[in-house]
Design a protein around this ligand. Structure first.
Ligand code: E4P
Length: 222
């Protein structure tokens, strides 16, 4: 299973990459807007992210018509080879996915909330599909059962679109995504950090070191 960071923050990406567990990054207009304060240059910021990540980086279009999404997608793709163009799951989005597939530009269909949307974007040629689990949980629906259903339907028909579990809110979402067999989980840095937390690890390490410091070091041979 691959782990992506869902952030446009350079420090978070640098830190995550240094842990050796980051396979890619996803962004969206909200995440980008948080980082572009004052005089920040969008292209420079994005190029920095692309250079840090040895894997796909999703950049979302802000156009809403198919024609403009394709043009924006082409411009985004010029920023780097590892750019994946993120397209919203609308009818115009489907048309844009089809054209971008013909242009051999990788795409990630975003804002997916139903199995039927996941089927449609896959048929239109999306390389990745992003079901938003947290936002479904927020409205008392079961986000993870959507992922389960998409996995089953894609497997039924041998559809190759990779499932990115998105809108992840906590480590249990990550574990459940892995058990279901989703290809990728994309998560905020805060959730990524929590994946390694365990009080028994902290307690055990403290006890080992406390015991170690009790001994007379002069008796050690090294
Ligand atoms: C996915 O690619 C999106 O950027 C993201 O997961 C949205 O998450 P949110 O619901 O926490 O905004």
């Amino acid at each position: 299973m691959k782990f992506f960071l869902d952030t446009a923050n350079i420090a978070e990406i640098e830190e995550g990459v240094s842990w050796g567990c980051v396979d890619g990054v996803t962004t969206n207009p909200t995440l980008i807007s948080k980082e572009l304060t004052g005089n920040t240059d969008f292209k420079k910021h994005v190029r920095k992210i692309l250079s840090l990540v040895n894997g796909p980086v999703s950049l979302e279009v802000t156009a809403t018509s198919a024609k403009e999404m394709v043009e924006e997608g082409k411009r985004l793709k010029k920023l780097g080879d590892n750019v994946v163009v993120k397209i919203p799951a609308t009818v115009d989005g489907l048309k844009a996915l089809k054209v971008l597939r013909e242009l051999k530009i990788d795409t990630n269909a975003t804002l997916v909330f139903s199995v039927n949307q996941a089927l449609m974007v896959s048929k239109a040629g999306a390389n990745y599909v992003s079901p938003f689990v947290g936002r479904l949980d927020d409205i008392s629906e079961d986000g993870m059962s959507l992922v389960e259903d998409i996995r089953e339907v894609y497997d039924n028909f041998g559809l190759e679109t990779k499932i990115i579990v998105a809108s992840i809110r906590h480590p249990v979402h990550v574990k459940d995504a892995a058990l279901i067999g989703a290809d990728i989980a994309t998560m905020p840095f805060d959730v990524f950090r929590k994946l390694m937390n365990h009080p028994k690890t902290d307690e055990g390490l403290k006890r080992f070191l406390d015991d170690w410091h009790k001994i007379d070091k002069s008796k050690l041979m090294f």
